[in-house]
Structures are given as structure tokens and as C-alpha cells.
Ligand binder design. Structure first.
Ligand code: DAH
Length: 338
């Protein structure tokens, strides 16, 4: 009898010795201790076959075995679970010296930065914003701006026509007409927006942005224009920058000027930017344009100006090719993160 018990103990210990997993240990435990199918439970059942006088002693011995097995398996279970927990903790350890994964953070596009800066500067001088439509009709984009059909100045802007009447606006100047048709002076508006021209090289893109300005009131002169341009140029390019007006031609202004700023890189001494840099077109609003909009040119005068936003961005940031502003190359754009 004792041998049988000892043999079973040895058998359990031998089987347990090769087990390294608490789940397997549980299965082994079941083989011996399961109430219905366990080998130790089976010994109890065998008791029925013994003569009654042997039964108490046998029962006692089996109970001792059962007690031993219960203790043995709970020790094994605790031992294996402790090992497993230690392994799990080791696997989940955090290396606080590891570099954190980077979250890329967006930034405003240089075109947006310049547009916002321009809006801030002109809002500070009392301008309000007007945004016209990108699909315009021929009248607003050309005819009302003193550029009737067959006018040679139409060739200055290669136009994308949508139909005979409609086109993709070639200039935000179209907004001047829409504003003056709907309001009497004093008028002081800034009109930013996309414009489109069939033109494509390192400094031209078929789609680009302009910022148009219009001021109409009694007694407005070219001096007012230049005073305002100085404020604009010094804010955008630097305190010491000067402006220079050169005679030019636009159908909707008379006189018309092209505006240069003194080089903010070399101070006008001469460098890759040639000392003076052209930044925008401007002029006194042509009296025909005022008349077309129902504004009396004998009472009111005005000035207008229009600039390319990408051109200002390229000059200010030294961007050599306008395409860099449309390619969305993160290596370029991330340099503008504030
Ligand atoms: N619309 C002109 C262009 O696209 C720019 C311009 C010149 C706008 C003179 C004006 C202006 O308002 O007065 O080239």
C-alpha cells in the first residue's frame, strides 16, 4: 500500500519536473486530482473493493496523499506563475532612454504666411476684404476694366476661356468692378484670390494668387499710393526698404506705374537681385473704369494696385522656382514652421 502511494508521489514529481508552464501543470494536476477522472480520486473509489477492516487505514493514507498532492500542485502553480510574471514584466519593460516617436506637426504654407501678413498690414491701414469669384465673365475681367474686345492689352494675359462669355479670372482686378458697382466711395478694399493664366516657367504658374487693393475717395492722389506702398514694403521686406515708381501701362489705370523696392538683401548696392526689385503694378484708377461703375470721376479719384503673392513669397524667402510653392515637398515646407 505504502509503495503504491510512494510510487504515485514519485510519478507526480517526475512528471512535474519537466513542466515549465502553469497551464500544463494544471492539466497534470487534473490527471491526479480531478474529482471524477483523477488517479487519486480513483484510489478512493477502489476502497469499495477492500475488506471493511482495511478501509479506514487505506482511506487515511489516500487522504494524506491527496493533501500532499494539493500542496504540491499549489506550490508548483505559485512557482510557475511567479516565473511567468517575471518573464512578462521583463518583456514589457519600457526603455525610457529610447527616442520618442516623432509626431509631425503641420505648419502654414509660405503662400498663406505672406497672404496673412499682407492682410494684417493692409487691415492695419483700414482696408476690408472682398473676395470675388474665380470664374468671371468677360465684362468684369476685361471690358469694364477698360479692356474691350480686340484691345491689344488682352494679349498681356493668356486667358483660359470656359465659354465665350466666361473665363477663369486672369486678375483680381475684376473685384474692383464688383465692389464699385455696389458701393459709393469712400472705398478701401483688399481683394486676395487665385488667378489663372496660360503661362508656365520657373517664375510663372498657370494658377497663382494675387492681392488687389483699391482706394477711391475725394482727393486721392499718387502721393497717397506711394505713402501706402512705403508702409507695405517696410512691413514686408524691412524697415530700411524704399519704394520707386516707374511709368508703365495698364488699361485700367492712368497714369500706371510699376513699383520697385530697394533690395532688402544688399540695400540697393547691387547683388543677384540687381538693386531694385519689381514687386507690383499700380496706378490711378482710369476715369473710364470709374464711369463704368457709376462713380463720378470729376468728384472722386482713386488708386489701385495688384501684386502676385507667390512673387512676394519668393522674393522674401529667396525661393528660386515658383513650382516649389506648389509641390508640397515637406523638406521645403517644414522650413517655414514658426
Ligand atoms: N492686374 C494686373 C496684373 O494682373 C496688376 C495690376 C496692375 C493691378 C495695376 C492693379 C493695377 O490694380 O492698378 O498684372
Amino acid at each position: 500500500m505504502d509503495e503504491q502511494i510512494k510510487a504515485m508521489q514519485a510519478e507526480i514529481e517526475a512528471a512535474a519536473a519537466s513542466i515549465t508552464d502553469s497551464k500544463e501543470m494544471y492539466l497534470l494536476r487534473k490527471q491526479y486530482l480531478d474529482n471524477k477522472t483523477g488517479k487519486i480520486s480513483a484510489l478512493m473509489k477502489n476502497m469499495r473493493d477492500l475488506p471493511p477492516e482495511e478501509r479506514p487505514a487505506f482511506g487515511k493514507v489516500v487522504n494524506v496523499l491527496k493533501g500532499w498532492a494539493l500542496d504540491f500542485f499549489s506550490e508548483q502553480d505559485a512557482r510557475l506563475k511567479a516565473i511567468e510574471l517575471a518573464q512578462k514584466n521583463a518583456a514589457e519593460q519600457i526603455d525610457v532612454t529610447m527616442p520618442a516617436s516623432k509626431h509631425l506637426c503641420g505648419a502654414l504654407h509660405p503662400q498663406t504666411l505672406i497672404a496673412n501678413e499682407l492682410i494684417d498690414i493692409f487691415a492695419g491701414m483700414g482696408f476690408t476684404i472682398f473676395e470675388g469669384p474665380e470664374i468671371e465673365n468677360d465684362y468684369y475681367n476685361f471690358t469694364a476694366l477698360n479692356t474691350p474686345q480686340d484691345h491689344p492689352a488682352r494679349d498681356m494675359q493668356d486667358t483660359f476661356y470656359v465659354s465665350e462669355e466666361f473665363l477663369l479670372r486672369t486678375q483680381t482686378s475684376a473685384g474692383q468692378i464688383r465692389v464699385m458697382e455696389n458701393a459709393q466711395p469712400p472705398i478701401k478694399i483688399l481683394s486676395p484670390g487665385k488667378v489663372f493664366r496660360s503661362d508656365d516657367d520657373a517664375t510663372h504658374s498657370p494658377m497663382f494668387s494675387q492681392m488687389e487693393g483699391l482706394v477711391v475717395d475725394k482727393g486721392i492722389t499718387l502721393c497717397d499710393l506711394q505713402g501706402m506702398l512705403d508702409v507695405f514694403a517696410q512691413n514686408i521686406f524691412g524697415e530700411n526698404v524704399k519704394t520707386r515708381l516707374r511709368p508703365s501701362y495698364f488699361p485700367f489705370t492712368e497714369p500706371s506705374v510699376e513699383v520697385d523696392v530697394s533690395c532688402f538683401a544688399c540695400g540697393g548696392k547691387g547683388c543677384r537681385l540687381t538693386g531694385w526689385i519689381e514687386v507690383l503694378g499700380a496706378g490711378m484708377v482710369n476715369r473710364h473704369v470709374l464711369e463704368n461703375c457709376g462713380v463720378d470721376p470729376d468728384v472722386y479719384t482713386g488708386f489701385a494696385f495688384g501684386m502676385g503673392i507667390e512673387r512676394i513669397a519668393m522674393l522674401k524667402y529667396g525661393i528660386p522656382n515658383i513650382k516649389m510653392l506648389f509641390e508640397s515637398d515637406v523638406r521645403v515646407l517644414e522650413q517655414f514652421r514658426g
